[in-house]
Structure formats: C-alpha cells, structure tokens
Design a protein around this ligand. Structure first.
Ligand code: CA
Length: 249
C-alpha cells in the first residue's frame, strides 16, 4: 500500500533543503506516514483540500528514507507502523540533525506515550481518534513557529500575500491567482534572493505522484507576469527563476 510512484531522492541540495524547510507559512509539502489506509485517505484528502501538497507512505523504513532525502516541510507520523516504528523513525531523523517539524498521530494515548513521542523529537502529539480541525490548528501553530511569523501575511515590495485567505494584493488591489500560481509566487517571495531551478519549483509544487507537463512552471510564470506586472519574476536563462530583485531591496 505504498504510494511512492517515483522518488526524487537526492535531487535537492542541503542548502536549498534548508531554505525550503524554513520560512514556510502555508501550502507546505507534507509527508504523511500512516499504514491505516482509511485514515491516510481521510487526512490526505483534507490536506489537499486546503492546498497542502501531500506524499503518503505506509511503512516506517520508507518514511525514514523519504524524510531523509526530500524537502518536506512537515511530517505527520503514525507510530505503529510496519518496517520501523514511528518513534524509531523520529529518533533516527533527529540523530541525523533532520529537524523537519513532526506531528505524531497515534492511538498510543497515555501520558507516558506522549512524553516518549515528544522526547523522541516530535513537535506535537495528537491522539487518535482525533478531530481534523484540531490537526489543522496544530499544523498552523507549527507553521507559525517555523516561519517566525506573527501574521499570515507575506509582503515584498508592492505584493502582499495573505497566506491564510490565499489572497494576493498588488498595490492594494486584489489579483486573482490560481492556486499553483499562488504557491509559486509564495515560494519565490519567501527567498527573494534565491534563484530557483525549474526542477526545484516543480518539486515544491508537486508530489512524486503528479504527472507534470514539462512547461508547467513556464506557464505559471507567464500567468503571474500577466496578472501582476511583467518583470515580477525574472528568468535567468539556463538557470531558473527568481523574484524581481528590486522588490527585495
Ligand atoms: Ca498504525
């Protein structure tokens, strides 16, 4: 029941990985580790409805491998898993200085269980059965902590992204962007001095399981330029994209 259709293991360098992990406020890339298919489907659907990008694994070893080698922003981790127990996954990640925020989602509900989970490196611990709204409240709390942001608004130059409402304001006027366009703009705005390759942008917008047209990123960039102003995203030929550097000054 593993849904890793293709792995992009090792494609992202550690520096980029760090930049991807920090500063994320919304629409994160989530690794869902859950061997109960029913729960996994429910959580995955709920996350997707809220515009999160989700990759799902059902085995502890796959989870460790995936989390070690891919730029996830958040791990939602069951404990009772085939292959490797969730606590072992967590301990192994932390011992490798892999500090991706993790929320444990487990039926193990005693105080001792929670203490063990938090001591193993979980950022939060939620006992099954759980309320999806509570899960999202906890995810949002982690996002705020990760980003260091007191608000959910990301501003750069004349562009303002309301990450909670998924609204874009340009010079105070609302601009209608599609979800992927919003995610792409957000990604660029979060690291305004960084040049992203097309591959990195694809990686950040899609999971392993998506079939992506080779020019999808170009199309999104074209649309954003059309809707905001032409030079908001700079193309560095043969390298990639970055946000207009004037916005960052
Ligand atoms: Ca389980």
């Amino acid at each position: 029941m593993i849904c890793l259709q293709r792995s992009r293991q090792g494609k992202v360098d550690p520096v980029t990985l760090g930049k991807l992990i920090t500063g994320q406020v919304d629409q994160l890339r989530v690794l869902l580790v859950e061997d109960d298919e029913l729960i996994a489907n429910g959580v995955r659907e709920a996350l997707r409805r809220r515009a999160y990008q989700v990759d799902w694994v059902s085995d502890g070893k796959d989870a460790l491998n995936a989390a070690m080698h891919n730029p996830f922003d958040l791990i939602i981790l069951d404990l009772g898993l085939p292959g490797l127990d969730g606590l072992q996954v967590l301990s192994a990640l932390r011992s490798h200085q892999k500090n991706t925020p993790a929320i444990v989602l487990s039926a193990r509900g005693t105080t001792q269980n929670r203490i063990e989970g938090l001591n193993a490196g979980a950022d939060d611990y939620l006992v099954k059965p759980f309320d999806l709204e509570e899960l999202f409240a906890r995810i949002h709390a982690i996002e705020r902590r990760s980003s260091g942001a007191a608000t959910n608004v990301l501003t750069l130059g004349d562009i303002e992204l309301d990450l909670a409402a998924l609204r874009v304001l340009y010079r105070g006027s609302e601009v209608s962007l599609q979800r992927r366009e919003f995610s792409l703009l957000k990604k660029l705005m979060e690291s305004p001095r960084q040049v992203f390759t097309r591959e990195q942008l694809e990686e950040s917008l899609y999971g392993w399981t998506s079939d992506l047209g080779s020019n999808a990123i170009d199309v999104y960039v074209h649309n954003i330029r059309k809707k905001l102003y032409g030079d908001v995203i700079k193309t560095l030929r043969g390298v990639g994209y970055r946000i207009d550097p004037n916005l960052a000054d």
